[in-house]
Design a protein. Structure first.
Length: 403
């Protein structure tokens, strides 16, 4: 398929270490945006027919659909470009951190959490600290147990990943009373209020990522897609992704439909498949499936195969198996990818270490990029996030400067 460049001024924002100001960094005009066959009649950077989907390649778009496609293509031009490196610029008092133990407590130890905590452990070792892993297993009692254990063992700080602070409010109060800084990690949008008992948010703009996913579906379908979103209201950021996509489609695409499947986070291995199967039986015209986290795709593909569904699959996180599937043209069509999850682990350690030392939060925001067949390359870090091939060196260099 031929790609048509669309100029765009939109920027996906990060934050500069040590400033708290949004950094205009991540998105610039992309020359290979997505769609449009060579036979199209072009006006500016839009077209009246093919936008990438087999069943729309010969269809003339209505005026409302064309207006919809025109709008999303400019945004996608920005969203498909690589992210600039976000890393600290200020040193750390490494001597003061020596021997400290930090706790990594996650909602569930899926592949993303494993990749991230490996980055946490690598960064902590570089800073002279230790790490304790704790898997919340999707259960509220486990979340509270993890925090209380960290308090009892006098943790220097806690990285709390994907856990709703409202269900651990008493445990957070215990940590605050003990003087233990707790990071609200990947559990909010950047500008959400910092929950009581926590010192700051370290996160991505999940609502914007959901809207970005919706833009891709609209552009790829010629603004006529039928989307099923697999999420869980018990995980705040998953719900943000689902609602961000739903709101974007409802606002921009009158000919699209959206269905949200709310799964039990403690039983995703069975609930994703069973609920999706039922949904496809009731709505066989669904042609896009959006599980809002990468690890869920493994439960989606068998259902689609059994139903003989040709629905396209998109997800979010940027895990290597998912990117490999896009590169191989089998099992997944698009991913909203962060830089490597290990880098997020390093960022979390830097942010928490500064809180332990009494410094202000740097105000980092985790960037994302739309990755599909047009820009996945060989799915390597060099292709997906070229500025992040040696991110560890940037952290170590900053931490040790002026020591």
């Amino acid at each position: 398929m031929n790609s048509i460049p669309c100029p765009a001024d939109a920027l996906h924002h990060g934050r500069v270490a040590g400033t708290g100001e949004r950094m205009k960094s991540l998105k610039h005009t992309a020359v290979g945006v997505l769609f449009l066959g060579a036979s199209l009649a072009l006006s500016a950077c839009t077209a009246a027919t093919d936008v990438g989907s087999d069943d729309t390649s010969d269809r003339t778009l209505s005026a409302s659909a064309q207006e919809c496609v025109d709008g999303v293509q400019a945004r996608l031009a920005a969203a498909t470009a690589p992210s600039e490196l976000i890393a600290p610029t200020a040193p750390l008092d490494l001597a003061a951190l020596q021997g400290d133990t930090i706790w990594f407590i996650t909602v569930t130890m899926n592949q993303f959490s494993v990749d991230m905590v490996e980055g946490v452990e690598e960064a902590a070792e570089a800073a002279g600290m230790k790490v304790v892993r704790f898997d919340g297993q999707g259960m509220t009692n486990r979340f509270n147990e993890g925090i209380e254990q960290a308090v009892a063992q006098r943790a220097a700080g806690i990285i709390l990943v994907g856990i709703d602070p409202s269900v651990v409010s008493s445990a957070l109060a215990s940590a605050e009373a003990a003087g233990i800084p707790v990071q609200n990690t990947l559990n909010s949008d950047p500008d959400d209020a910092v929950p009581s008992g926590m010192y700051g948010n370290l996160t991505a703009d999940f609502s914007a990522d959901g809207a970005m996913a919706a833009d891709w579906v609209m552009a790829d379908s010629g603004c006529a897609g039928n989307l099923a979103i697999i999420s869980s209201t018990s995980v705040t950021v998953w719900d943000y992704l689902a609602q961000g996509a739903k709101s974007q489609i409802e606002a921009e695409c009158p000919d699209c439909t959206v269905t949200i499947i709310d799964v039990d986070v403690a039983n995703v291995a069975t609930d994703v498949g069973s609920q999706l199967q039922t949904t496809l039986q009731r709505q066989p015209d669904i042609d896009y499936i959006f599980p809002v986290w990468d690890s869920a795709v493994t439960y989606v593909d068998p259902v689609l195969a059994a139903a003989n569904s040709k629905a396209k699959v998109l997800s979010r996180d940027g895990l290597q198996p998912n990117l490999d599937a896009i590169a191989g043209g089998s099992g997944q069509d698009m991913d909203i990818a962060t830089p490597p999850a290990g880098w997020i682990g390093w960022l979390a350690v830097d942010d928490l270490a500064r809180a332990i030392l009494g410094e202000s939060a740097p105000g980092y925001v985790i960037p994302t990029r739309v990755v599909d067949a047009d820009n996945v390359g060989d799915a390597s870090v060099e292709s997906i996030a070229p500025e992040y091939t040696d991110y560890q060196a940037a952290f170590v260099s900053a931490w040790s400067s002026a020591q």
